[in-house]
Design a protein around this ligand. Sequence first.
Ligand SMILES: NC(=O)c1ccc[n+]([C@@H]2O[C@H](COP(=O)([O-])OP(=O)(O)OC[C@H]3O[C@@H](n4cnc5c(N)ncnc54)[C@H](O)[C@@H]3O)[C@@H](O)[C@H]2O)c1
Length: 437
Amino acid sequence: MTVPELTRYAIVGTGVRSAFYYRSIIQDFNDNAKLVGVCDTNQTRMDAINDDIVELGSTRLPTYKAVDFDKMVADQKPDVVIVTTIDRFHHVYCIRAMELGCDAITEKPMTIDEQKLQLMIDAEKRTGKRVRVLFNYRYAPHHTKIRELIDSGVIGEVSTVHMDWILDCAHGSDFMRRWHRKKENSGGIQMHKSIHHFDLVHFWLNTEPETVYCVGDLRFYGKENAQRRGEKNLGERYLNNEAAKDDPFAFDISKSDRLKKFYLEAEHEDGYIRDRNCFGEGITIEDNLSMVITYKNRAVLTYNTYAYAPWEGYRCVFNGSKGRLEINVVEGGYSPGGEPVPQSTSSKYIQGGVERTTITVHPLFEDPYEVPVVKGEGGHGGGDPVLLRDVLVGDKEDQFHRAAYIRDGGNAVLVGVGANHSMKSGMPVKVQELVRW
Ligand SMILES: NC(=O)c1ccc[n+]([C@@H]2O[C@H](COP(=O)([O-])OP(=O)(O)OC[C@H]3O[C@@H](n4cnc5c(N)ncnc54)[C@H](O)[C@@H]3O)[C@@H](O)[C@H]2O)c1
């Protein structure tokens, strides 16, 4: 994507994630980028981000309800539309933006099933415009370092990868509290969250997925599981719920200024409830997944995740012809409103990020050694500022090729799609046969 001077951006989907983009444009990149409009189904949330934008020292943006998306593009003439809606609508706005002559930047997952993916691929070809997918994990220094190490050949040809990526109770439960809890909105954790992990493996090994086998289940969250364990708080939501007082999974939406303004006070428009009980009814996604994935370069990944762990992070090992590479990462600091939270392992208050990383190379017939990782300032160990500069300025060639476009976004989606089909049929799925690139 060529980035002309002062690129004009419109944002569709004005929930918490949109702040990642508008804050950065206003605070760090206003010499290169200009915000020209916002669009959402919910006027209250659009007004809330406009208040935020004024607090950041900028001026209120024109707001457009979702039905007026075309009008926003016609009036405000953005060069690029940033899509931060709920996952099931990413394809709608990426496609329409391209049809109206804009490029699109979308949050992950690029989309949630193979039919929508095909529509996006076809629209890109038809319009000559481009979709970029924001895979921010690629830019975290420790993730880039793994790519660098594998590229350097230090462990030779990689044959197997084992990844165990766990979500703690604060983070995992939050997928059960709102729209993510329905498969038709998010595609499940395998699509919404694990997509980062699948993409990392593609990025690290420079390859594409071929076959996906998956078993998964809802084992902890949801009413049935909670009832079986004798949990007391089974109500629909946490607000005005006596039983929520002693429930460590509950939070009080009215006590967070941000959650109150963005969600509680916006509920009357669309009935979007932000604080549903993770032990309530209606969850249709899994909280446990075990997968085997094969790749075009003959590597195999075994992958496990679950969403109610006592700590958050991952262990991943790569077995190669010249040795073994191991990475252990502890992440932390998740809170529903993005407020800093105290960590039991440190005295500091931290906000969503990387706490500890260890990378070890075990060469064949030689002593193992640790590889240092230099963390930067900002989210994801300093990866977020690098990503935002790459997206909003794109001023220099990236030796690691971290920018991700439709094929990268689509390959990661195909693994999630394969998982969903495989869980239904009990069979491995050849995922490249599901689309025509
Ligand atoms: N990369 C990351 O680390 C990261 C982190 C958080 C969220 N995300 C992604 O960002 C996106 C938004 O997540 P969020 O946490 O801000 O969710 P959110 O629920 O806070 O916001 C979603 C917004 O989409 C709007 N919306 C729903 N349907 C719409 C439609 N048809 N047209 C227009 N707007 C519509 C909602 O009203 C809401 O304002 C998701 O795709 C999520 O996967 C990525």
